[in-house]
Design a protein. Structure first.
Length: 254
């Protein structure tokens, strides 16, 4: 994923470092030349010295191909201006750190797709919002080191029909993640999961873990399987089977 971060303060630099470690392409823009040198040398991201509200600097950053931008500068006015420019460049997802709640309506008008209130901000929360936009974070605790996140089980999930015990015993499911609840829509009910409770497509599964382990658990829950077409019928008795390519089950890792 190609990501542009405006502002290399504590939050911006920490988010950039985590995203680089997760193998994303990250560009950081900051006015401080020495900070930019640090980002390049220590974090491994491309750093551009300049103003994130300067169109030429944004062009240099490659913002036209950015999938996500993060406004993490100290001043809301700067973040708002950067967000407006990012929308003008057609960036599909704009995430902004908000210090003053009075700016919330302005951020929304500017086309910001996700506003993070600085009072509730944790670096891992921001990384989760960038990498897993389909997830809904309910709460964080332990100074942001752990989260409660809701993941929806998609149609044709490989875990559909499996019990909670079977799912958590899957090799890929992390031991450090807990399935804390299941919200089912038909009929609407919240289930405190025991080992024998089945997981079904459409269930909203409440996970408790740190971001790294939530990512692993979601990968298990959202892996899907379907058949491209029916298998060929068996040949008639005494006749050899028709020759041709076989049709097999297709598995896609989402």
């Amino acid at each position: 994923m190609y990501i542009v971060i405006a502002g290399a303060g504590v939050v911006g630099a920490s988010v950039a470092q985590t995203l680089v470690q997760n193998r994303h392409d990250v560009v950081v823009i900051d006015r401080d030349r020495e900070v930019c040198k640090h980002i390049t040398a220590r974090v491994g991201a491309l750093a551009i010295n300049g103003s994130a509200t300067d169109i030429e600097i944004l062009e240099e950053s490659g913002i036209r191909k950015a999938e996500v931008v993060v406004a993490a500068m100290p001043a809301d006015a700067d973040n708002l201006a950067f967000s407006l420019l990012a929308r003008n460049f057609g960036v599909p997802r704009i995430i902004a750190r908000m210090r003053n709640p009075n700016y919330e309506a302005a951020y929304t008008t500017a086309g910001v797709t996700r506003i993070i209130n600085v009072r509730d901000l944790f670096v891992q929360q921001l990384v989760l919002e960038i990498e897993q936009p389909a997830l809904r974070q309910v709460a964080t605790f332990g100074q942001g080191k752990a989260s409660i996140v809701v993941a929806i089980v998609p149609p044709d999930s490989v875990v559909h029909g499996k019990t909670v015990e079977q799912v958590v015993r899957t090799k890929e499911f992390p031991n450090e993640c807990i399935i804390a609840g299941v919200l089912r829509q038909e009929p609407v009910q919240f289930i405190i999961p025991r080992g024998g409770v089945e997981i079904r497509s459409g269930d909203q599964v409440f996970l408790v873990a740190d971001v790294a382990n939530i990512r692993k658990a979601v990968k298990v829950l959202q892996r899907t399987r379907w058949r491209r077409s029916a298998e060929p019928p068996p040949s008639e008795e005494g006749k050899p089977p028709l020759q041709g390519p076989t049709q097999s089950e297709v598995v896609e890792d989402t």
